[in-house]
Design a protein. Structure first.
Length: 489
């Protein structure tokens, strides 16, 4: 046998789950140079330098967690190490992270020409999984830097936080310019959002070959509604905890923001729009209405595992504070129905590790208004969707579409998302019969708590391969960080 025909590794006895095939097939996977090179039953073990027995476990494509935040509450280089260990233990092999100038993250303003190379330098050698970044143009100068980010750094996806116009990350704020670190005369408002869209439309015209993978993501909540309702709810002592927070950021604020964003996309012919972390029936209905109103816009709809697993009565309460809020059970069930109806394009974690000390007030731990927003959860993304989705009759291939394939296509990760010849050999082995109770103490995350504490899930990740390398097996993250930065142009 020639050296060229020898496989680097064979993974035997995998029940292969693919996004476009209904059947699950028992196959062997041959890997060469980090790619799937042979997929067939009964590949001879003699053909591989190494052999791994998957023991008939389900093999999903490595999960693409398309919405994460690394470096928001602790230094980016440290956060990357611990939080991508958590990703690896959950079967995530690609981490797409939102980043921006301003307070939090690097706590810097200025140009992306200076800022983004620093992000990349802090990231290098610290990710256990492959990674890329979505970038938010905060200052007007950033719109002019969109071509630079795309052409030099391969950034093809951008973000708008609609509620930052006159609202902070955690609550009321009249100091947005300080928070966002922009000049006093600048405004982060609907007009700025319009000009970002026009900038992306120009980029698509200049790079028609990348037209399908240049996109804009939006966090859809309207600040004025949040301001008004927060004042009302803070004075309504009949509401507390997650019930209060959901009422203070009501679902119609999401719906209104989606309608505004969608009309601006229509006005600017900004073709590819991602509506992030839709949390409620009103948000999802607005998103579907806008799809009908503007069929020429390629909308994608995202839901998080937190909004699918938790509701306002979740016992972990303040630990589960997030934007947009965790909603009542009726909204959760509506989101699941949208998932089953193929109206949701991908499911993500929106992972933002916020340590217990930072998350809630030591003096008043149950005060929802004093708690910070966001929590980690990438390690429960696949198991959470598998467990709850299986109960509701969701097929395995549909899970693979929503956790790997759809986001990889949208965001230009063209070698990710499937178990197929020539694709990166990213693979997660899952035991569909193993039930476990979520315990923060068992996570590799630095967070120290989880809003999913005590939730029983069926379907446990046992093993994760990144480009053919074993990075997680039987409870242990292995080796040093080998994640690569993924240019998407």
């Amino acid at each position: 046998m020639s050296e060229a025909s020898v496989l680097d590794q064979i993974i035997k006895n995998v029940l292969v789950v693919r996004p476009h095939q209904d059947a699950v097939e028992l196959l062997d996977l041959g890997i060469k140079d980090g790619k799937f090179a042979q997929i067939a039953p009964n590949i001879s073990p003699d053909k591989g330098k190494k052999v791994f027995d998957a023991k008939n476990l389900l093999g999903f494509p490595g999960v693409v967690d398309a919405h994460m935040h690394i470096g928001i509450y602790q230094p980016l280089d440290k956060d990357a190490v611990t939080e991508t260990k958590a990703a690896a233990m959950g079967g995530v092999t690609t981490s797409l992270n939102y980043i921006r100038t301003g307070q939090y993250y690097l706590n810097k303003g200025g140009s992306y020409k200076d800022f983004f190379p620093e992000v990349l330098a802090l990231s290098a050698g610290n990710f256990f999984v492959d990674y890329s970044y979505h970038v938010a143009p905060i200052a007007s100068q950033h719109i002019d830097e969109i071509p630079l980010l795309f052409e030099e750094h391969g950034v093809s996806s951008f973000k708008i936080f609609m509620f930052y116009g006159s609202y902070g990350l955690h609550g009321l704020s009249d100091q947005q310019n300080l928070f966002l670190m922009i000049n006093k005369e600048e405004r982060y408002d609907f007009a700025h959002f319009e000009f970002i869209m026009r900038g992306l439309t120009r980029l698509m015209a200049e790079h028609p070959e990348a037209r399908d993978t240049i996109s804009l993501s939006l966090h859809c909540e309207v600040a004025e509604i949040l301001n008004a309702y927060t004042k009302i709810v803070e004075n309504d002592f009949s509401l507390s905890g997650l019930h209060a927070y959901s009422a203070a950021r009501p679902p119609h604020s999401e719906g209104l923001a989606i309608c505004i964003a969608s009309y601006l996309a229509h006005e600017t012919n900004c073709a590819n729009i991602n509506l992030l972390h839709l949390s409620s029936r009103k948000a999802m209905e607005a998103a579907l209405t806008m799809q009908t109103a503007f069929p020429h816009i390629n909308f994608r709809r995202e839901v998080t595992v937190g909004h699918l697993l938790l509701d306002v009565d979740t016992p972990t309460a303040t630990w589960a504070k997030v934007n947009p809020p965790i909603r009542p059970r009726a909204d959760v069930e509506y989101l699941w129905q949208a998932v089953l109806n193929h109206q949701v394009d991908w499911i993500v974690s929106d992972h933002a590790c916020c340590s217990a000390e930072q998350k809630r007030s030591a003096k008043d731990p149950n005060n929802i208004w004093l708690a910070k927003s966001g929590f980690g959860g990438t390690e429960y993304l696949l198991s959470g969707v598998f467990s709850e989705g299986s109960k509701r009759g969701m097929s395995y291939n549909h899970m693979a579409k929503l956790l790997s394939w759809n986001a990889s296509r949208r965001f230009g990760l063209l070698e990710k998302g499937d178990i197929a010849i020539g694709y990166d050999a990213d693979l997660v082995l899952l035991d569909p019969n193993e039930t476990f109770v979520v315990r923060a103490a068992e996570s590799k995350s630095q967070q120290g708590y989880t809003p999913f504490e005590g939730v029983e899930l069926t379907g446990r990740v046992k093993t994760t391969f990144l480009r053919g390398n074993l990075i997680y097996n039987n409870g242990q993250v292995l080796g040093s960080p080998t994640g690569l930065y993924l240019k998407r142009f």
